[in-house]
Design a protein around this ligand. Structure first.
Ligand SMILES: [Zn+2]
Length: 142
């Protein structure tokens, strides 16, 4: 997925100094990776005071994971109860380095022999199809 750094400019009224926009890299970790870290969500936000990109882990106090089957479709529903405990996992001023960290953490927690994902890349804000996000806030229009 392409992620645009200009999407993180608005401040979160509930969290002054931080961007309203966040990107969740994952919302839970598989049980067989539970020895690495307790179950948590990993999200990217921007500190608008220091202008650093910050990843934080939100550890869930209570989580239920349910598999829902409808015909051949299978979905996983994750419900988190309130009161998550947050910790900063990584900070950088380099947007590409931030996305690289998120990609590596996703791989560490979720990648298997038959389950991978396309790594996130910075938005180019225009140009060739597929190099920018449709949500780009700074897209150059011809
Ligand atoms: Zn953009």
């Amino acid at each position: 997925m392409r992620i645009c750094e200009h999407s993180f400019v608005r401040e979160d009224p509930d969290s002054p100094g931080y961007s309203l926009h966040e990107v969740d890299y994952y919302a839970w970790i598989p049980q067989n990776r539970g020895h690495v870290l307790p179950n948590h969500r990993l999200s990217l936000k921007r500190n608008l005071v220091t202008m650093e990109w910050e990843f934080y882990r939100a550890y869930h106090r209570g989580t239920t994971v349910r598999q829902i089957k409808a015909g051949r479709d299978v979905a996983i529903m994750v419900v988190h109860l309130g009161g998550d405990i947050e910790e900063t996992a990584f900070k950088t001023k380099d947007f590409k380095a931030a996305l690289d960290y998120g990609n590596a953490e996703w791989d560490r927690m979720h990648k298997t022999d038959d389950y991978e994902r396309e790594p996130d890349m910075p938005c180019s804000h225009g140009g060739a199809y597929g190099t920018y996000t449709t949500l780009c806030a700074a897209r150059k229009i011809k």
